[in-house]
Design a protein around this ligand. Structure first.
Ligand SMILES: *Cc1c(COP(=O)(O)O)cnc(C)c1O
Length: 366
């Protein structure tokens, strides 16, 4: 007997009827893109949901990151983490800047603020931390360092949509935050992303950068590319926003089952819970530290039983083949160790509680 496959994630979708109703208008207006009514409606809805002056939609999170780096006027060196998705590091390099890798904290895998100051030089222009798995960075220490040295703080908040810390929206931290609305994220627009910031003076450049630098029919003040979100994706976003809290509530229930089942097992370290944070339950990472099997052995044992977890984040970005000879991962030993031992378990809103039990039964039986 072979059990049905369980994948690490599955995209949240509205019903076909709800989406069909949402896109009906597009056939009346024939406006498919170029900041149409759905795009504008979703931007205003996200501004109010995130409590921000400005939210700008993009065709994906990665291009939003690149636009944010340019809009903030970053130069030279950027202090960042290698324990992230390829996008964060590539965005810095593709913008012609140098990533300077800072190690992470062993407890929540975010940038270790105590190691930042040693890396600051006269070329440093910014800190780009990542709220890994939705674990909110030590923003008070990071922002105090940034203020002391006159640096910008640009958060990769791809994992942290809808979260709150000490009652504040995560989007309000630092100078700017990037959210990804990729199909695999807690909230999706198929592909998509956004920049969130409060400095209104950045609005023209951010908008310009996603539309060829054009700000008026005859004015092109910026060197922009094309990263506009189209009306179909904005429609998907409008639908998915209606069900966001229901999806997060379902993820929470599943997360609690995982925690209860796995917390007693020796050698398995669970993600920390912070009392001052409202989580979005985006991921369920486990670190194998002193467990009887290695991460790779557990990964293979699950796959044999048709359960497909993910080695996330592995490998570290500073060990990628494209950066061979450029960076030295020995400078970030904690990140190196976590990347070798971490795995995210299947988690999505319509995963069944029985499926979570099945995953835990396999791990418990190893
Ligand atoms: C998903 C993700 C991105 C990139 O977002 P896309 O929308 O896929 O371009 C960037 N950083 C992190 C940490 C991510 O998880």
């Amino acid at each position: 007997m072979s059990d049905k496959p369980i994948y690490v994630t599955r995209s949240s979708m509205p019903t076909w009827e709800e989406f069909a109703e949402e896109i009906r208008e597009i056939w009346d207006t024939h406006q498919l893109t170029n900041m149409g009514p759905k795009h504008e409606r979703l931007e205003r809805e996200l501004e109010s949901f995130l409590g921000m002056n400005c939210v700008s939609l993009f065709t994906n999170g990665h291009l939003a990151l690149e636009a944010g780096i340019t809009a903030l006027g970053l130069t030279g060196e950027v202090i960042t983490t290698p324990f992230t998705f390829a996008s964060t590091t590539h965005a810095i390099v593709r913008c012609g800047l140098t990533p300077v890798f800072c190690d992470i904290k062993p407890d929540d895998y975010t940038l270790d603020p105590d190691k930042i100051e040693d890396l600051i030089t006269d070329k440093t222009s910014a800190i780009m931390p990542v709220h890994v798995y939705g674990n909110i960075c030590d923003f008070k220490k990071i922002e105090a360092i940034a203020e002391k040295h006159g640096l910008k703080v640009f958060y990769d908040a791809a994992h942290a949509f809808a979260e709150k810390v000490e009652g504040r929206s995560v989007a309000a931290l630092g100078d700017m935050s990037m959210f990804s609305f990729h199909a695999t994220k807690v909230f999706n627009t198929v592909e998509g992303g956004a920049l969130a910031y409060n400095d209104e003076s950045l609005r023209p450049i951010v908008k310009g950068l996603k539309n060829f630098g054009i700000t008026g029919p005859e004015t092109v003040p910026y060197l922009g590319g094309n990263a506009k979100m189209d009306e179909f994706r904005a429609a998907m976003g409008l639908c998915n926003m209606r069900h966001l809290s229901e999806h997060i509530a379902k993820r929470k229930v599943l997360t609690e089952i995982y925690r209860e089942r796995l917390s007693g097992i020796e050698g398995i370290k669970l993600n920390p819970v912070r009392e001052d944070t409202e989580s979005n339950y985006a991921y369920f990472p486990v670190v194998f530290d002193g467990f009887k099997l290695s991460r790779n052995e557990v990964f293979d044992a699950l796959a044999e039983k048709n359960v497909f977890a993910r080695k996330y984040f592995y490998p570290l970005t500073n060990t990628f083949e494209c950066y061979k000879g450029v960076f030295n991962a020995d400078n970030t030993p904690v990140a190196l160790r976590i990347a070798d031992n971490v795995m995210t378990l299947p988690l999505f809103s319509d995963l069944e509680p029985e499926d979570v039990h099945r995953v835990c039964d396999i791990i418990a039986s190893l």
